[in-house]
Design a protein around this ligand. Sequence first.
Ligand SMILES: [Zn+2]
Length: 261
Amino acid sequence: MATMDGGFVDCHCHITAYEFAEDLEDVIKRTREAGVKTLISVTEELSEFERVIQLFKSYPDLVAPCFGIHPVQGCGSHDQHSVKIQDLEPALPLFQKYRDDIVAVGEIGLDFTPWYAPTSQEREEQLTVFTKQLQISKDLDLPVNIHSRSAAKVTIATLKEQGKPSVAMEGVQAGYFFSFPPAVCRNDQKAKLIKQIPLEHICLETDSPALGPEKHVRNEPKNISLVCEYIAHVKGITPQMVIHATTDNALRLFPKIKRLE
Ligand SMILES: [Zn+2]
């Protein structure tokens, strides 16, 4: 298998987020300088789809685009709401149009936080949107990138029903992958989990601009090296070993990113 020696794969980041709009070129420069070879760039709303494709065209060796309609729409706006089927419908043709370019379907899932989804109708509608996108991922033969909050049971049940492996606590035995963002460095509770999970099942992500090493400070893909060093430290191995293994894992999980090399 091809490997990208010395290069990181950030398995989950939001490069189309408005937080990056003003200085994206600098962010990309720092990303490259930090040795990141691939940014798996998830989306949450239709309005980001063309943008992530545009970034893929601007940085074809770096940006690996994903399409997804998140369970919570309108983040950071006054119109934040639980996802509706109308949020997905206009996106459907784009999944087809760009089926060769996208490397995964995400970020999709369920968010049953009472604040977002107080009624069962809202939860049902989230489930419909989630299930439809799982079907798309099967049709397009793509992996999925999952968001789950206050909905672990239903999320796992739905994934199983749809015959999808998931990045979930259910297990290393089932061939699932676990990925950790820089925020783990400030939460020692995760050290035990990192110790238990074999390196062959770990990926690195930043979830930038969220989940950075410092609270309330914008996260960037370059911070992936901090996660790498932390995992190396916890496991008592070299950062090189962590880079090598996690990049191999990312290539297994997202086979289409090989073409970016
Ligand atoms: Zn995310």
